[in-house]
Design a protein around this ligand. Structure first.
Ligand code: HXC
Length: 516
C-alpha cells in the first residue's frame, strides 16, 4: 500500500470513528434533544483543545455474534483538553453505540484516563449517557465497572472528579457518579436509579415514571445526589466550566487566584441593617454573602437540597473560598440530618483541595423531634463536626446572629481549630435560646409567681440581656473580634491573607472513622 493510500486509510478510519453508531443513531440522539459524546466534549472544553485517546479500540466479545458488530472506539470517547486553559481529562459514553453500554473495552478506556489524570494531577469529567452493563459481555462488564469504581475511590481527594449525567444512568452504574465530587444533571433526559420503574412496580407496587424515580429534580431536592441541575445540556456544560474557576487541579495545588476590580476594603453600609432587631424574624443570608464576596458572585452548590444550609464557592480579593452558611429564611437555619450531610461533604471537598472555608453562622440549634432522632441526626450532626474538626485549611467564622448550643460547637468553633472568629453585634452566643434556658433554670420561680407568664417574660429578658450577645464569648476568647457588619469583607480578606501560609496537621493514621 502506498504512503498516500495509508494516510487515506487513516483518515477514513478517523472519520468512521467520529461518526460513532452512524448517522441514523446520531439523528435519533438529536431528535431526543440530546447531543452526541463528541458534541458534548466540544461544549465542555476550550475550543479545539480536545485530544482523543484510544479512538480505534474495539470490544473483544464474540458471544451473540458480537464479533460481527465492532465499532471503532466501542461507544466511549476519551481524551484530554483544557478548560480555561487548564488541563482536564474527559470520558464520554456514546449512546449511539450499543446504547452507550459498558463493555470491558469501554471500562479499560475510562480506567486509562482516570489513571493518567491522577498521575499528572488533573481533574476528570465523566459524561454519562448509558444503558448500563453491556448485556452481551456479562461479568466482564461488571468487572469493568468495578475497575472504574476502584479508581474513583483511590483518586478521591487526589484530583477533582466531576460527573455530568445527561441520559440514562441505572443499576450499579450510578455508583461511579455517586463517588465523584460533583454531579451535574440535565432535566427530562437524565435519570439515575438503582432499579428502574418496572422492577419497582413488581417489588414495591409503586407506580412511578423514570423521571419521578430518579430525574434531575428528584435528585436535586429529595436525595441530594445532584449538586447542579439544568434545563439543557449547553447550560450544564457551561456550569461545569464555571465550577472550574473555583477549584484547583489537584490536592497539591491551590485554586487559581483571579484578580478583579472589587476593592478589598469596600464597605457596605447596608450590612449594618440586614439582620432584623427581632431575633425571631428571618432574613436572607444569601444577600449577606453576595454583598461580601467579590463582585457579588456566589456559585451555589446543591441550592435545592436542604435549603436551611447554604454551601458554595465565591472569591475574596480574587482568592477562591468555600462558603457554609445557615439560612434563617428556611426552618430558621436549624441543623437537621440533610443539612449536616450537605455541609459535611462540602467541608471535606474544600479541605481535600486546599480551599479556605468561611462559615456564616446564625443557627438556633439542632432540629428536635422523633423524625430527626430516628433518622440518626446524632450521627449526621457528628459528620459535620468531624469534617470541620479534621479540616486543616484556613477556617474562618462570621457569627451574624444565633450561635446556640451544640450547633455553635459544630459550626467551626474555635475549639474545632477554627482559625478566626468574627461576631456581629447582633450575635447571641449561649448554651441555648433565652426562652428554653429560662423555662429550665427559673422553673420553680416561674411556677411560684403570681403571674407565671409575666415572670417568664421577665426572666427571658434577664437571660437575653446577660447572655444573648457576643461579649460573653468575646471576653473568654471564644470569638476573636466583634465587628461592624459593614467591614466584614475587608476583615475576611485580612484574615485570609494572614492565614495564607497556614500549616496544620492531623495525627498519622490509616484513615479516621467518620460516623457514616
Ligand atoms: C447492550 C444495549 C444496552 C445494554 C441498550 N442497548 N442498552 N446493548 N447492553 N445494556 C442497545 C439497544 O439494544 C439498542 O441497540 C440501542 O442500545 C439503543 O437502545 P434503545 O433501547 O433503542 O434505546 P431507548 O429506547 O432510548 O432506551 C434506552 C434504555 C434501554 C432505557 C437505556 O435501552 C434499556 O432499558 N436498556 C437496558 C438497560 C439495562 O437493563 N441495562 C443493564 C442494567 S444492569 P440497537 O442495535 O437496537 O440500536 C447493569 C449492572 C451494572 O447495568 C452493575 C455495575 C456494578
Amino acid at each position: 500500500m502506498s504512503r498516500e493510500r495509508k494516510i487515506l486509510e487513516l483518515k477514513e478510519k478517523i472519520d468512521k470513528a467520529q461518526r460513532g453508531g452512524g448517522d441514523i443513531a446520531i439523528d435519533k440522539q438529536h431528535s431526543r434533544g440530546k447531543f452526541t459524546a463528541r458534541e458534548r466534549i466540544d461544549l465542555l472544553l476550550d475550543k479545539k483543545s480536545f485530544e482523543e485517546i484510544d479512538m480505534f479500540r474495539l470490544h473483544e466479545c464474540s458471544d451473540f455474534d458480537m464479533q460481527k458488530k465492532k465499532i471503532l472506539g466501542d461507544g466511549m470517547v476519551t481524551g484530554y483538553g483544557t478548560i480555561h486553559g487548564r488541563l482536564v481529562f474527559v470520558y464520554a459514553f456514546d449512546f449511539t453505540v450499543f446504547g452507550g453500554s459498558l463493555s470491558k473495552t469501554v471500562a479499560d478506556k475510562v480506567v486509562k484516563v482516570l489513571e493518567k489524570a491522577a498521575k499528572v494531577g488533573a481533574p476528570v469529567i465523566g459524561i454519562n449517557d448509558s444503558g448500563g452493563a453491556r448485556i452481551q459481555e456479562g461479568v466482564d462488564s461488571l468487572a469493568g465497572y468495578t475497575e472504574i469504581f476502584l479508581r474513583n475511590v483511590l483518586y478521591s481527594g487526589v484530583v477533582p472528579q466531576i460527573s455530568a449525567v445527561v441520559g440514562p444512568c441505572a443499576g450499579g452504574a450510578v455508583y461511579s457518579p455517586a463517588l465523584t465530587d460533583f454531579v451535574f444533571m440535565v432535566r427530562k433526559t437524565a435519570y439515575m436509579f438503582l432499579t428502574g420503574p418496572k422492577i419497582v412496580r413488581t417489588v414495591t407496587h409503586e407506580d412511578v415514571t423514570a423521571d419521578q424515580l430518579g430525574g434531575a429534580d428528584i435528585h436535586a431536592t429529595k436525595s441530594g445526589i445532584a449538586h447542579f441541575t439544568y434545563d439543557d445540556e449547553k447550560s450544564l456544560f457551561e456550569g461545569i466550566r464555571k465550577l472550574f474557576n473555583y477549584i484547583p487541579q489537584n490536592n497539591m495545588e491551590e485554586a487559581p487566584i483571579i484578580p478583579n476590580q472589587d476593592p478589598p476594603d469596600r464597605i457596605d453600609e447596608d450590612l449594618n441593617y440586614l439582620v432584623p432587631d427581632n431575633p425571631n424574624k428571618p432574613y436572607d443570608m444569601k444577600e449577606i454573602l453576595e454583598r461580601i464576596l467579590d463582585n457579588g458572585e456566589f456559585f451555589e452548590v446543591q441550592s435545592l437540597f436542604a435549603p436551611n444550609i447554604i454551601i458554595g464557592f465565591g472569591r475574596l480579593n480574587g482568592r477562591s473560598v468555600g462558603i457554609v452558611a445557615n439560612q434563617p429564611k428556611y426552618l430558621a437555619g436549624v441543623l437537621d440530618s440533610n443539612s449536616s450531610n450537605k455541609a459535611a461533604r462540602f467541608v471535606r471537598f474544600c479541605d481535600a483541595f486546599n480551599i479556605p472555608i468561611i462559615t456564616f453562622e446564625d443557627v438556633p440549634g439542632f432540629m428536635p423531634g422523633t423524625v430527626q432522632e430516628y433518622n440518626g441526626i446524632i450521627k449526621h450532626g457528628a459528620k459535620m463536626l468531624y469534617a470541620y474538626a479534621e479540616a486543616t485549611v484556613p477556617k474562618i467564622t462570621v457569627i451574624t446572629r444565633k450561635g446556640y448550643g451544640g450547633a455553635f460547637c459544630v459550626m467551626n468553633s474555635k475549639q474545632l481549630r477554627g482559625d478566626y472568629s468574627y461576631a456581629w453585634p447582633s450575635s447571641e452566643i449561649a448554651v441555648m435560646g433565652p426562652q428554653g434556658a429560662s423555662e429550665i433554670i427559673f422553673s420553680k420561680e416561674i411556677k411560684a409567681a403570681e403571674n407565671p407568664k409575666e415572670k417568664l417574660r421577665e426572666k427571658i429578658e434577664e437571660y437575653r440581656d446577660k447572655f444573648a450577645n457576643p461579649y460573653v464569648a468575646a471576653a473568654k476568647g471564644y470569638v476573636d473580634e466583634v465587628i461592624e457588619p459593614k467591614i466584614t469583607r475587608y476583615k475576611l480578606i485580612k484574615a485570609l491573607e494572614m492565614l495564607a501560609n497556614k500549616r496544620d496537621e492531623n495525627p498519622p493514621k490509616k484513615h479516621g472513622n467518620i460516623p457514616l
